[in-house]
Structure formats: C-alpha cells, structure tokens
Unconditional design. Structure first.
Length: 18
C-alpha cells in the first residue's frame, strides 16, 4: 500500500514538473 502510494506520488510530481 505504501509502495503504491509512493509510486502515485512520484507520478503526480513528474506530471507537475513536466
């Protein structure tokens, strides 16, 4: 669960930075 949340967070950050 934590790993999934981390992956989603990273994806969200990547989209924000893009």
């Amino acid at each position: 669960m934590v790993l999934l949340a981390h992956h989603i967070l990273e994806s969200y950050v990547m989209t924000y930075v893009s």
